[in-house]
Design a binder for this molecule. Structure first.
Ligand code: SAH
Length: 359
């Protein structure tokens, strides 16, 4: 079992992480870019051109903006646009593409592009590593380095959009990291991805293991984004076994905060539940989970465990998964099973980085 570290300590570590010295352009609105160009002696309309070039054309250096005066382009060639470098790309037979991106300080993060017939979903990271240390998660096993800046989150979406040559339709904050430990930058990125990149808030999902008080605070923002809670257990003892922070944020308190979220926002909450064979997949777990969610405006998303090398959990059989689904359905709980994507590319979140970082 992981060592006990208090949530205050975890937050302090996240807050103390490095912030980069020069504010990059990525993340700025049209108005901010118009101010910026004027501060650099150019007319305001060039802000709009810069905005278009940044968010729609994949610009990486101001030296390349052909509509700008030659001398000015040359003067601004070193301005930090805020794009990360592609470190590694791996494509699965089903079309899922995993990217490793190298940040300005050399850190590596993982992003996944998941195409379906009608959608292109991006699974974005919110931190380099993760301090939550969930027992079945590859990212958690690798420890925590720092929060991602706003532009480093936006960049992931643009990278996938450019690679696929197709507009991104959905964003899920289900990559590396705990988004609610980096709320300010995550919410800044959500705003920019919505207004600058043009992705609807309703098509974005923030997934969290739950940090006391943060769900309530998120509700105050009255966003249209979907909130997904990584529940993974139907009782307190089981959750503590899988998620170290559950010791300080009991299941009952988490569920109470979620109920309040539904009341304040009028939006239903998704509960994610990783199915681990013989750990949390028994019929009585399904019934216990259903008890908690009676009358709750919610939806359960079952995630069959994606094996990682550090622990020896097993993924339940299809029959067992179906029995869990049926158990919830018999109690009128809305439930779906997440289809595994891109397994051939490099299995679960965090594993690709672990296997490629040192190469
Ligand atoms: N920290 C956030 C978001 C990142 S993880 C959170 O916990 O919600 C995104 C989802 O993937 C979470 O539900 C997480 O529990 C799940 N996950 C992590 N490792 C997994 C694995 N090996 N197999 C299946 N799902 C996993």
């Amino acid at each position: 079992m992981s060592p006990v570290i208090s949530l205050e300590q975890i937050q302090a570590i996240a807050d103390s992480s490095v912030t980069l010295p020069q504010v990059p352009l990525l993340g700025m609105s049209v108005a901010e870019l118009s101010d910026w160009v004027q501060q650099h002696g150019q007319p305001a309309y060039r802000g709009k051109q810069l905005h278009q070039w940044l968010y729609q054309q994949g610009g990486r250096s101001l030296a390349d903006i052909s509509v700008f005066p030659k001398q000015w382009r040359a003067d601004l060639a070193d301005v930090n646009v805020g794009r990360s470098a592609l470190h590694y790309r791996s494509e699965a037979p089903d079309g899922t593409v995993k990217f490793l991106l190298k940040l300005a300080d050399g850190r590596i993060i993982e992003t996944v592009g998941i195409p379906t017939e009608k959608r292109l979903t991006v699974c974005v990271s919110s931190q380099v590593g993760c301090p939550m240390a969930c027992d079945f998660c590859a990212t958690g096993k690798g420890g925590f380095t720092r929060n991602l800046a706003q532009h480093e989150i936006i960049d992931q979406v643009l990278t996938v959009q450019e690679d696929f040559g197709q507009r991104v339709s959905n964003i899920v904050f289900m990559g590396m990291g705990e988004p609610l430990l980096n709320s300010e930058n995550v919410l800044g990125a959500v705003r920019s991805l919505n207004t600058d990149v043009g992705i609807g808030q309703r098509l974005m999902t923030i997934s969290t293991v739950g940090i006391p008080g943060r769900i309530q605070r998120l509700a105050q923002h009255q966003l249209q984004v979907t909130l997904a809670i990584s529940l993974h257990a139907s009782n307190q003892a089981l959750r503590e076994q899988l998620i170290p922070s559950a010791r300080q944020y009991p299941l009952a308190a988490l569920l109470a905060e979620c109920r309040e979220y539904v009341q304040v926002t009028g939006r239903r909450v998704t509960f994610e539940y990783v199915l681990l064979a013989d750990v949390n997949d028994r019929p009585e777990h399904a019934l216990e989970l259903a008890e908690h969610l009676q009358g709750f405006q919610s939806h359960v998303n079952l995630i069959p465990y994606n094996p990682i090398s550090e622990v020896d959990y097993q993924c339940p059989s299809d029959r067992r998964i179906q029995a869990f689904v049926d158990g919830l359905k018999s109690r009128h709980i809305a439930v779906s099973v997440r289809r595994a994507r891109g397994l051939a590319a490099d299995a679960a979140c965090g594993q690709l980085r672990a296997s490629r970082e040192l190469k």
